[in-house]
Design a protein. Structure first.
Lengths: 311, 284
């Protein structure tokens, strides 16, 4: 099948049999994260988009009055373009997509207008990793087609993220993948395809690395502790244990993650109690005020530095 | 020490600045209907596009619209597209062109990548800003792979050693392209004749200009490579220093080697060169 025909197929065919309710278009919509975790993530997304003065979300009309919206589009009623996330667009049935395409822009974290011809995206949307992960997961769950996954890969770029968000939400072992709401085995298959592995990679001993490798397999703008003004910045602020998806994450895992992304750090997490061998660590958390990123409201003794810091 | 932070955000801010002046035709939100009308044989006024949107357009939509496209130039004057090409080259800020080329390569859109390289020119910049472009392109691997596959960049084996000691050469490694390499490829030139000096020390390329701007590209800043000598634990910089220096020269930077290994000393060397040159001119 020619590449252009695959794209046509991706665009026209209803992509999601797995997810079929409007609420599954929300971040982690099928998972079991707490309200606090969901809110913290949403603030992360909102803050990112607001840097360039836009919002990253589906047009409220899509969830509040889809039928009315489609009727107006069908009747050619004049209206502002309907903003829609890439995930929601792909989840739509062909009839809804046909109508939405009449007056549409696809949301992008860089606030650019991404247009849609009904079959082709004009531009490349920049999207959050959670959304990218879900798109890939759902497509493979429905079609088991490596070709589709590799074509989908070309259609979006994953937005840059502060590494602390990544390890708080996506460095999680197999047992905790359910909290994110996606099937572990499906994601293993997606990872193999994205990284074009010739042989199977076993995650038996390090399932917590799976989503990181999925991220690396996608087109992405990296993980970075970003300094907005280019000066050297440092921070000891981290997400609290109520925000972190995998409670057993250790500072050794976090540090090796920082090393993989050339993120400089100093210190280590301080243990709360004496640990017997084989027990999970319990780390001290000291509360701090953080007006810039309220979800990062504790310190455990580890400091990270922006790349703009001199060695 | 000035640093120019080349990140996608910078590209986007430049994009926004350009888009304030010229805006895409609002019919792009309803482009589906426009194409349907054209397919039905109706006459449609040409669609006016910013260069960014023109370059973002996938082949299928481009072919549908054909030459029914006008593209704004730098002065916001729309130019007719003819057989997919523009009548004259358009100058655009480098971060914007870099971002557009990256996206075309991610899409695997070789034709549009060719258009960017042949019909667009990077806006001239100061030498002080050019020397700060010696940093690895932080592109997704798929974009870098296509950069090589389409032969826009040749693959250069890494070897940044200053001396000829073969045991200290870097292991076989493909050097990552740099911002300055791409800037030169996009026809970018510097505006001034500011002097710059450089010194290569092991895995570092140290550059300074007569105005006091300096940079030292260290192994930490780019992807790393090992040395052939297993006892030498110093890592190699992931970019090619000779290619970076050639790119600076292609961009018109007046750069020369110096004997000094740190920025302040390089600046002093440059000042001495300038004084000697001025004295010679005065004597003549």
């Amino acid at each position: 099948m020619k590449k252009s025909n695959i794209m046509l197929a991706i665009a026209l065919v209803s992509t999601t049999l797995v997810a079929n309710a409007a609420n599954t278009n929300k971040p982690f919509g099928r998972g079991a994260l707490s309200e606090q975790q969901l809110q913290a993530w949403q603030i992360n997304i909102d803050n990112g988009a607001s840097l360039l003065n836009c919002s990253y979300e589906d047009d409220p009309r899509i969830t509040e009055d889809m039928e009315g919206l489609l009727s107006d589009l069908s009747n050619g009623v004049e209206m502002n373009p309907v903003q829609i996330t890439y995930r929601t667009l792909l989840n739509m049935g062909p009839h809804s997509r046909e109508l939405i395409s009449k007056n549409i822009k696809i949301a992008s974290m860089d606030c650019k207008n991404i247009y849609y011809s009904g079959t082709e995206i004009i531009g490349i949307p920049i999207i959050p990793f959670e959304e990218a992960l879900t798109i890939m997961h759902d497509d493979y769950a429905n079609y088991q087609s490596p070709e589709r996954i590799l074509e989908l890969k070309k259609t979006f770029i994953v937005v840059s993220m502060d590494p602390r968000w990544f390890w708080a939400y996506f460095v999680a072992d197999k047992a905790h993948m359910e909290l994110i709401g996606l099937d572990y085995e499906t994601l293993v298959s997606v990872e193999h395809i994205l990284n074009e592995r010739k042989t199977q990679r076993s995650y038996a001993d390090d399932s917590y690395n799976l989503l990181h490798n999925v991220f690396l397999g996608m087109n992405n703008y990296g993980l970075d502790y970003f300094s907005p003004d280019g000066t050297c910045q440092q921070s000891e602020a981290e997400p609290s244990k109520t925000t972190i998806v995998w409670p057993e994450i250790s500072d050794e895992i976090v540090k090796s993650f920082y090393n993989a992304h050339h993120i400089k750090y100093k210190g280590k997490w301080k243990n709360k109690v004496d640990i017997s061998k084989g027990q999970a660590s319990i780390y001290q958390e000291k509360r701090i005020d953080n007006n810039v990123m309220p979800a990062f409201n504790v310190t455990r003794g580890l400091t990270i530095y922006s790349k703009s810091c001199e060695k | 020490m000035k640093k120019l932070l080349i990140v996608p955000l910078l590209a986007l801010m430049s994009t926004s600045a350009f888009a304030k002046i010229c805006k895409d035709d609002p019919r792009l939100f309803t482009i589906k209907s426009v194409i349907e009308k054209m397919d039905a044989g109706e006459t449609v006024k040409p669609i006016k596009l910013t260069p960014q949107t023109f370059l973002d357009m996938p082949p299928v939509v481009r072919n549908k619209l054909g030459d029914n496209i006008l593209v704004y130039n730098k002065a916001c004057v729309p130019n007719q597209v003819y057989q997919g090409t523009l009548p004259k080259s358009i100058e655009m800020p480098f971060p914007v062109l870099e971002n557009l080329l990256q996206k075309a390569l991610i899409r695997g859109d070789r034709k549009m990548a060719d258009v960017i390289l042949n019909q667009f020119i990077a806006t001239p910049i100061k030498t002080d800003d050019a020397v700060l472009l010696i940093s690895a392109l932080p592109w997704p691997q798929s974009a870098l792979d296509n950069l090589y596959q389409y032969k826009f960049f040749s693959q250069v084996v890494q070897n940044n050693t200053f001396d000829d000691n073969q045991e200290d050469t870097c292991d076989y490694y493909i050097a990552t392209p740099t911002h300055i390499g791409l800037y030169a490829l996009l026809g970018g030139k510097v505006l001034d004749s500011t002097l710059a000096g450089y010194y290569i020390e092991d895995s570092r390329l140290i550059i300074a200009t007569e105005n006091g701007v300096s940079t030292k590209n260290t192994a930490d800043m780019t992807t790393l490579a090992q040395r052939k000598n297993p006892d030498n634990y110093d890592l190699c910089s992931g970019i090619s220093f000779p290619r970076s220096l050639n790119s600076l020269t292609s961009a018109g930077v007046k750069i020369q080697a110096t004997g000094s290994s740190y920025p302040a000393a390089i600046i002093e060397d440059l000042k001495a060169i300038i004084i000697a040159r001025n004295n010679k001119l005065a004597g003549e």
